[in-house]
Each structure stands twice: as structure tokens, then as C-alpha cells.
Ligand binder design. Structure first.
Ligand SMILES: [Zn+2]
Length: 152
């Protein structure tokens, strides 16, 4: 197969935004859509990790320099959005938690911890980090929806 696609290339690599989500194949397209709607652009560095905040917290010495240094140090990224979600298999899914409130509180804390680790790694950059948690709800007909909650 030979494929050629048109592309509009900007003049340089500058980009202000990094969007960290989970690579859960069931939800990834919705996560991307959320980032595009929330950020009002498709121009961001997408970082798909298993578990969203998980790897930042578990392997900060590896993950932060490996994935964040290029956008932050070379492209001037200052805005970061981190998204965790309910029933995330990287954490063991629903069955790893006693109930959904406990799962939610756990993720809220993980997200806050990841934010602190990034701020500590780049103290001079004055990073603007927003946190979100996607929970699964049902509409009136029983169809699943993802509800994106701002975590403070
Ligand atoms: Zn996940």
C-alpha cells in the first residue's frame, strides 16, 4: 500500500498544551473528544498512558523526563490536563474498589499527587495543570455516558 495524506504544517513545533489520558480502547475516542472540546483545539500533545495519572505517580523519574521534557522544554508547553477514569483496568477496574465513591476518591487523590509531582519537577515553568475524572453514568434509556468531572 502506498498512502499519501495532505497535512498543514505550522512553521514551528511550539505548542502550549499536553493532554494526559488513559489508552483504554473502549473510551479513548471519547477522551480525545473531551480534550478537543475542553481545550477548543486539536493542537495538543496527547499522552496516552495506562491509567492516566498512574505512571506519573509510580515512575516519575522515568515518565516525567521521557514524556514531558520535549513538550515543556522544547515546545513551551505550560498547560497540562490530566484525566483519570472510572473502571480503569490499569488499577484493576471496578472490582479493585469496594464501591464507586471509594474509587472516585482514590482517583482524585492520584490526580492531585500527579499534579504535585509535575509542579515539583518543573518549579520554574509555572505549569497550569487541570485535573478531570470521567465517571460512567446512564441516561434515561440506559445508555452509558461518560461524565467529565473537574477535580480540584
Ligand atoms: Zn484506564
Amino acid at each position: 500500500m502506498q498512502l499519501k495524506l495532505p497535512i498543514d504544517l505550522p512553521k514551528d513545533h511550539k505548542n502550549d498544551i499536553i493532554a494526559v489520558g488513559c489508552f483504554d480502547w473502549r473510551m479513548r475516542s471519547r477522551f480525545m473528544l473531551f480534550f478537543e472540546i475542553y481545550l477548543r483545539t486539536t493542537a495538543f500533545f496527547p499522552l496516552d498512558f495506562p491509567g492516566g495519572s498512574k505512571l506519573i505517580n509510580e515512575y516519575p523519574e522515568f515518565i516525567i523526563p521521557t514524556f514531558f521534557s520535549t513538550p515543556i522544554e522544547k515546545c513551551g508547553s505550560k498547560r497540562i490536563v490530566i484525566l483519570d477514569h472510572e473502571d480503569c483496568l490499569a488499577w484493576g477496574g471496578f472490582s479493585a474498589f469496594e464501591n464507586r465513591e471509594i474509587e472516585k476518591e482514590f482517583h482524585y487523590n492520584q490526580l492531585r499527587m500527579a499534579k504535585e509531582k509535575l509542579i515539583a519537577a518543573y518549579p520554574k515553568e509555572k505549569l497550569d495543570i487541570k485535573l478531570f475524572y470521567a465517571q460512567i453514568i446512564k441516561d434515561k434509556r440506559g445508555k452509558s455516558l461518560l461524565e467529565f468531572l473537574r477535580v480540584r
